[in-house]
Structure formats: structure tokens, C-alpha cells
Ligand binder design. Structure first.
Ligand SMILES: Nc1ncnc2c1ncn2[C@@H]1O[C@H](COP(=O)(O)OP(=O)(O)O)[C@@H](O)[C@H]1O
Ligand SMILES: [Mg+2]
Length: 276
């Protein structure tokens, strides 16, 4: 397949910090082509969320600042634009921890996602969400706070799709979910990208992320430690040494397949795929 020479979204030489800590990201590059999934892997505190915040222009909401480097959308610098302008330009982020409106219904949450979508495109965006997330379609009148964790993640993603993104940024969608749901989320990410929306997928669950991604970068304390084709990274020895994934061993599951309690009594920081 022929690739455009200019990536849809790219970051180069990002130096980002919070307050006195000025190099939480230390010269990070990322390239997002106009199709497929790019995975961003790394342990807790590696800077994954900081990278997504930099792309979406939401860094300042968290007290962070970009000290050097550039973010480009279609070769146009966007790092000085407001978060709202960046979202309107099509870079849409699903934040870590979902951040849905718990007291509002599923339908109302979805409507919020579409506020920046031109009215003429809202119906097709909604239809796309209903097809991608049939469980949401069955629960439109339900209060979002009463959904299961997996459904809340789907709602957060659905709300983002309502914004008709050109590129979707997902921050650890699998966090706290049981393996079966993680697989489902992975399948939905694959579907969204197959429909023509490239996805930047931040994950600690490397097994899922590398299954759905074409390329991946591994962040380690603010630096790109490895990058390349997902297939090749999967087989590399280095990824096992560098990347020790998070939450693929839940402690217990309830009937909804959600993780209950702390997962700390089972070995964490272990990737079944590479340690078996
Ligand atoms: N709002 C913030 N204020 C100050 N430091 C932060 C803030 N958010 C993250 N950090 C710090 O930046 C580093 C990277 O964090 P983060 O980007 O959240 O990593 P990840 O998403 O990979 O877990 C960590 O050391 C974290 O403590
Ligand atoms: Mg994070």
C-alpha cells in the first residue's frame, strides 16, 4: 500500500514538563499515518498520557508546558492552537479514566461529543457509534454512571467518534477491564481504524496493543526506547526487557467481567506473551 509522504499527525523533538520538572518528555518523536493504529507502550509514569496531552493541546489543563518541538497536522504546526481548535481540526482524545458525565444519560453523553460536529454530519456519526457499540444503542436512556466499566469505556470512545475525528487518541482504554473486554476493545479499535480513522493507542497492555497496531513506540521515562513495526517489536527480545506491562492479570472478575479489588496480589508487571 502506498503511504502519503507527509504523516497526518506528527510530533518531533517534543520536550515537555510540569513545573520545575521540565523534561517529562525528552525529545520524543511520533508519526501517525493516515490509516492504521500506532501503539504507544510504556510502564506507569513513562510519559504516555503526557504525549497524548501534547498532541491534543490539553497539556496546560494539567499544569504542563511544551518547551521545545513541534506537533503538525497535515504538515501544519498546531502546537500553539487551543485544545478546542485542535479538537475541531479533528484530533480527538479519549482521556485516561474515561471522564464520562456520570449523571447524564448515554444519549446525552453522545450528544456532548457532537457539539463541534457540523449538524449535517451528526446523524451519520451517531449511526457509526450505534454500529460500533451495540451495547450503547441498547442503553441510550441509562445514566452513564450506572454502566459497567467496559460500557463506560465504550461510551467514552463513542463520544469521541461523535466528534467525527480525523485521528483518535486513546489513553489506556483497557485499564481495569477483564481480558474478554480488553479483546473487545481491541476489536473495536481495529474496526474504527478500518473505517478510515487512524488511532493512537496508548496502552500498558502490550499484547493487545501490538495485536491491533501496525507500528509502535515504547516510551521509557520520557524517551523513545524502541520504535518500529508492531510485528517486529512483538518478536524482539528487547521489548520484554524494556517493557513490563501492567494489568493483564486481574485479581478477580464479577459477572460483568469487570475487575474487582486490587490486582496487586497477583504478579504484576508481567507479560504472559513474553514470559511464557
Ligand atoms: N499533572 C501533572 N503534574 C505534575 N507531574 C505530572 C502530571 N502528570 C504527570 N506527571 C508526571 O509526569 C511523568 C509522566 O506521567 P504520565 O504522562 O502520566 O505517564 P504515563 O501516562 O505513561 O503513566 C510522571 O513522572 C508523572 O508523575
Ligand atoms: Mg497515563
Amino acid at each position: 500500500m502506498q503511504r502519503r509522504v507527509v504523516p497526518m499527525l506528527s510530533a518531533s523533538g517534543l520536550v515537555v514538563g510540569y513545573g520545575a520538572n521540565r523534561s517529562v518528555l525528552d525529545r520524543v518523536d511520533l508519526s501517525v499515518p493516515d490509516s492504521g493504529v500506532v501503539a504507544v507502550l510504556g510502564s506507569n509514569g513513562a510519559g504516555k498520557s503526557t504525549l497524548l496531552r501534547t498532541l491534543s493541546g490539553t497539556l496546560s489543563f494539567h499544569g504542563g508546558a511544551l518547551h521545545d518541538g513541534q506537533v503538525k497536522l497535515d504538515d501544519r504546526p498546531i502546537q500553539r492552537l487551543s485544545a478546542a481548535s485542535i479538537a475541531r481540526a479533528g484530533v480527538v482524545q479519549v482521556p485516561e479514566g474515561r471522564k464520562i458525565f456520570a449523571k447524564m444519560t448515554v444519549e446525552e453523553n453522545l450528544r456532548v461529543g457532537a457539539v463541534c460536529t457540523p449538524p449535517g454530519r451528526r446523524a451519520s456519526a451517531r449511526e457509526r457509534v450505534m454500529e460500533l457499540f451495540p451495547r450503547l444503542a441498547e442503553r441510550l436512556e441509562q445514566r452513564a454512571g450506572l454502566l459497567s466499566g467496559g460500557e463506560q469505556q465504550m461510551l467514552a470512545m463513542g463520544r469521541a467518534v461523535m466528534a467525527s475525528p480525523r485521528v483518535l487518541l486513546l489513553d489506556e482504554p483497557s485499564l481495569g477491564l477483564a481480558p474478554k473486554l480488553i479483546e473487545q476493545i481491541g476489536d473495536i479499535v481495529t474496526e474504527i481504524s478500518a473505517q478510515g480513522t487512524p488511532v493512537v493507542l496508548v496502552e500498558q497492555n502490550a499484547a493487545m496493543a501490538l495485536r491491533v497496531a501496525a507500528t509502535a513506540v515504547v516510551l521509557e521515562v520520557g524517551r523513545v526506547a524502541m520504535s518500529g513495526e508492531a510485528e517486529q517489536l512483538k518478536d524482539s527480545d528487547g521489548i520484554h526487557d524494556l517493557y513490563l506491562g501492567g494489568h493483564s492479570h486481574p485479581a478477580a472478575q464479577d459477572v460483568d467481567g469487570e475487575v474487582e479489588g486490587e490486582a496487586t496480589d497477583l504478579p504484576r508487571r508481567r507479560l504472559a506473551r513474553w514470559t511464557a
